[in-house]
Design a protein around this ligand. Structure first.
Ligand code: EPZ
Length: 419
């Protein structure tokens, strides 16, 4: 098992260029199956989740390879519509393969992805939507068998703007007869990015990012080269870390327009922020202040994927902040660990009350999930003394060697293989 050893109290200063967004690259990789041609996906981070998605595509018959930080996928030799169970269990986003495999093969067999550390995460909205496109879904021997003689365009109202369900329907509808209209879809920037990747292959999709997405299905697709959007959660994590240690950081290759809710909260806490076209600069010189109550919401609301990192920051702010986690039912696992570092956080139902303290103290703590792990790293950077964060394989799922990014900005953090 690997862990991070962090010596706290060092400020962060300098610049960093962002990589492609994990939550854009994963659905785009799944979508490469549809065209049956070659896709070059540029500027991809080397994350364990991305490696697993590549391994699944390979098992389904695709030619998959790295070319520098680009991923090349040739999906012409696809020869299976079964999502390998073992790999499926490793990453939840393997469920994004339902839509594209149905579009390409007319059928898909997969195991229920099940829950993960942050919640039960059912796929009922995905299944209900695919049924409206004419997909028959049967559960057999613990597997979901989904078949469609032919996918038919339909009007699909989503009961909740689920990111994954919106993406699965978009990808299946690319090969459905006629028009599909998705009502109440998710509006995350990653949804718009998937639309742009699919249209770069020749698909006809409009409206991503708005209240209605329209897809005209059945158009021939061709090979493409595509550069996904930068990772707004990687960006938010680095800026929040800099704020926690009164740092000055310039992020290059950023899309500040995707990060308003987080940047507004950082400004409200006392940080100075400069938004440029493709960069964000943060300077945190004055004492941190508590902010107005935050509730995690679908985009453009405050992202649940930044809840734990921002909570770590508010541990050191003057005053009390309330953060309500309204998206996932089990995403406060970092709270007990932060309290062991001297934080004062009380939980009432879905809401955490964070009473700011003067300082945190170094501690041996354990990451229970991806973003919670990042929050413990932020707390360790700001704490007095040394912190050891165990179970960093969770963190590797969403950050490409976080220790190198932070060391490049002046932190004292190293990856250690525990005996
Ligand atoms: C995506 O997950 C992201 N993952 C998550 O990021 C992110 O937290 C989430 O969207 C919300 O923004 C990727 O893009 C790979 P949802 P997804 O479907 O698609 C419930 C990270 O840290 N729901 O929008 O799984 C569900 O249980 C990860 O990078 C149903 O009830 O999210 C949850 O409570 C973590 N039934 C809520 O909706 C369904 O059929 C939001 O889920 C589908 C979802």
């Amino acid at each position: 098992m690997e862990s991070y050893h962090i010596s706290g109290g060092k400020t962060l200063e300098g610049e960093y260029r962002l990589k492609g967004a994990k939550n854009a690259v994963l659905p785009i990789l799944a979508a490469t199956i549809i065209s049956g041609r070659t896709s070059r996906i540029k500027n991809c981070p080397r994350l364990s989740d991305i490696r697993t998605m590549m391994a699944i595509l390979e098992e389904m018959g695709c030619g998959v390879s790295w070319d520098g930080s680009d991923i090349l996928v040739d999906s012409s030799p696809v020869n299976s519509f079964r999502i390998p169970q073992k790999l499926m269990k490793e990453i939840r986003s393997s469920v994004f393969l339902m839509g594209p495999t149905l579009a390409r093969c007319g059928q898909v067999i997969l195991s229920d992805p099940g829950g993960c550390a942050i919640g039960k995460r059912p796929i009922d909205i995905h299944l209900a939507a695919l049924r409206l496109l004419g997909v028959d879904i049967a559960e057999k021997d613990g597997l979901l068998e989904c078949r469609a003689k032919s996918l038919k365009g339909a009007v699909i109202p989503l009961s909740f703007p689920s990111v994954g369900a919106t993406e699965n329907v978009m990808m299946a509808a690319v090969m459905a007869e006629g028009e599909t209209r998705i009502l109440n879809p998710a509006k995350e920037p990653e949804i718009v990015d998937l639309q742009n990747y699919l249209t770069s292959c020749g698909a006809d999709i409009t409206g991503a990012g708005t209240e209605e997405i329209r897809i005209i299905g059945g158009l021939p697709l061709h090979e493409t080269e595509y550069e996904p959007i930068p990772d707004r959660i990687e960006a938010g994590t680095i800026l929040t870390a800099a704020a926690a240690v009164r740092g000055k950081v310039l992020l290059k290759g950023a899309a500040p327009e995707h990060m308003d809710s987080v940047l507004d909260c950082l400004e409200e806490s006392g940080c100075k922020i400069w938004r440029q076209d493709h960069s964000v600069y943060l300077e945190a010189s004055s004492p941190l202040k508590a902010v107005k109550p935050i509730e995690t919401r679908p985009y453009p609301g405050f992202p649940t994927d930044m809840q734990s990192q921002f909570m770590a920051l508010m541990c050191l702010a003057e005053g009390t902040t309330e953060i309500t986690e309204a998206i996932f039912e089990n995403r406060f696992k970092h709270v007990a660990e932060l309290n062991r570092m001297g934080a004062r956080i009380r939980i009432a139902g879905k809401t955490a009350m964070i009473e700011g303290v003067e300082s945190l103290r170094g501690q041996r703590v354990t990451a229970a999930d991806l973003r919670g792990g990042a929050a413990l790293v932020i707390a360790g950077l700001a704490a007095e003394g040394d912190t050891i964060v165990e179970n960093i394989s969770h963190i590797d799922r969403g950050y490409d060697r976080l220790e190198d990014i932070l060391t490049g900005l002046g932190a004292r953090i190293e990856r250690v293989v525990e005996p």
